[in-house]
Design a protein around this ligand. Structure first.
Ligand code: SF4
Length: 408
């Protein structure tokens, strides 16, 4: 499909909106009440620090709602105002935060049901309003909703759109897009739907496997060995590439793109690894024919990760990282704490703390566990950060629970 042409025609449709409805003032009060926090504003003014009895709390200097998320949530509220009686759907969680999604449910916004991992659009009718979330939707979903005669309110973050433009550029110039992301994450699904030929790599280790394959081809392995390596490669990446992907044909010209919430340092390292590999394989004079540089790392993700690196340099007894369990950027913040050996707890809601001195949290890559006792005795230095989808109000409630426990 010519995704650029489709997007152009969609953007001209009078059933498509990606700029809001000019009702920001009407929804400002509800947004402030639901998501903002006076306590957090005071802590920010106080150098991101709070002292309370035996508790010293230090917040990261960038955390919580990014502007892309704020924009998407505000647009969803405006949509409800603008269409007070119409049926409103959303194709997915607007952002990865349970409290924000619950507020939308309370406003009678319906979530597209998912059956066996597949979205069921059968109930969506002509004239319904459908919101696309901050991390976007696949081009096939947009096409279906457009053909169904729905009003589409597109809250896709401009940073995500920028990545889509990048992979479309790769497609136009017959480059394969190497996407650093999580294969099943909605944003990566959307990005790959705009790409031509693509391969998703989760991390540096997977990127290294791809680069090893590229370089082994250059050394002209014997045909039997090459066929075995090819089979092994496809077994590993079968679910992470475009249909008909052929590693011997499709790894000759590469561009890199990313899921905007991946660990910035890793995305950059993956970019450099592919550049070095193509340089080694094809030589400096041919590099531009085989590798396209990129710049699609979102500022907000970068700021939050940089602030986390500064926070974990301070003396801390423990960390609390707040954000949805399916939130990629929150998980990366937790990874930073864990990599420094800090006792760190990833929670999605304040209710995970208590009753009593206990916490229910999600260690990296594992299921929820309960830890009791949670807070040790004596003076305590606690670092706190939150992912880009977490409202300040949630951070305030977490601090409130920590204070209650420390005072008990
Ligand atoms: S984290 Fe970045 S890309 Fe994602 S919504 Fe926020 S500003 Fe946009």
């Amino acid at each position: 499909m010519d995704t650029r042409a489709f997007k152009r025609s969609l953007h001209h449709s009078d059933r498509y909106n990606r700029r809001g409805f000019g009702r920001a003032d009407e929804v400002a009060g509800s947004l402030e009440q639901a998501y903002q926090s006076d306590l957090i504003a005071r802590i920010r003014e106080n150098g991101y620090a709070l002292e309370h009895g035996r508790l010293s709390v230090k917040l990261a200097e960038a955390f919580g709602f990014c502007w892309g998320v704020e924009r998407a949530v505000a647009m969803a509220y405006e949509t409800r105002r603008h269409y007070p009686t119409e049926r409103i759907w959303i194709t997915n969680e607007i952002i990865h935060n349970p409290s924000v999604n619950d507020h939308l449910r309370e406003m009678d916004v319906l979530f597209i049901p998912v059956d066996g991992g597949v979205k069921d659009f059968s109930e969506v009718a002509s004239g319904d309003v459908v919101i696309l979330p901050a991390f976007g939707a696949t081009v096939q979903e947009m096409q279906l909703l457009n053909e169904r005669g729905c009003h589409i309110v597109d809250t896709t973050c401009p940073w995500v759109s920028k990545v889509w433009n990048t992979v479309e550029k790769h497609k136009k110039h017959a480059f394969t897009s190497i996407i650093h992301g999580k294969v099943k994450h909605e944003e990566t699904l959307a990005t790959s739907s705009f790409a031509g030929t693509y391969l998703v790599v989760l991390d540096l280790a997977e990127a290294q496997m791809v680069c090893d394959y590229i370089l082994a081809g250059a050394e002209a392995e014997d045909p039997g060995t090459r066929a075995a390596s090819r089979d092994a490669f496809m077994a590993r990446f079968a679910k992470a590439c475009s249909p008909g992907f052929d590693p011997d044909r499709d790894l000759m010209r590469l561009g890199v793109a990313n899921q905007t919430t991946m660990l910035k340092s890793e995305t950059e390292e993956i970019g450099r690894l592919f550049e070095r590999t193509m340089l080694q394989r094809f030589g400096p004079t041919q590099l531009n024919e085989h590798f396209l540089a990129f710049n699609t790392i979102c500022d907000a993700t970068q700021e939050r990760q940089d602030a986390m690196f500064s926070l974990v340099d301070e003396p801390l007894d423990l960390m609390v990282v707040i954000g949805g369990y399916n939130s990629s950027n929150t998980t990366h913040l937790q990874e930073i704490a864990v990599s420094r050996g800090i006792r760190s707890f990833h929670i999605d809601t304040p209710e995970r703390i208590g009753p009593g001195n206990r916490i229910e949290h999600k260690p990296l890559g594992a299921d929820l566990v309960v830890e009791e006792p949670f807070l040790p005795a004596g003076a305590l230095r606690v670092g706190i950060t939150s992912g880009a989808s977490t409202p300040d109000r949630v951070v305030e409630d977490v601090i409130g629970r920590l204070i209650d426990l420390a005072d008990a």
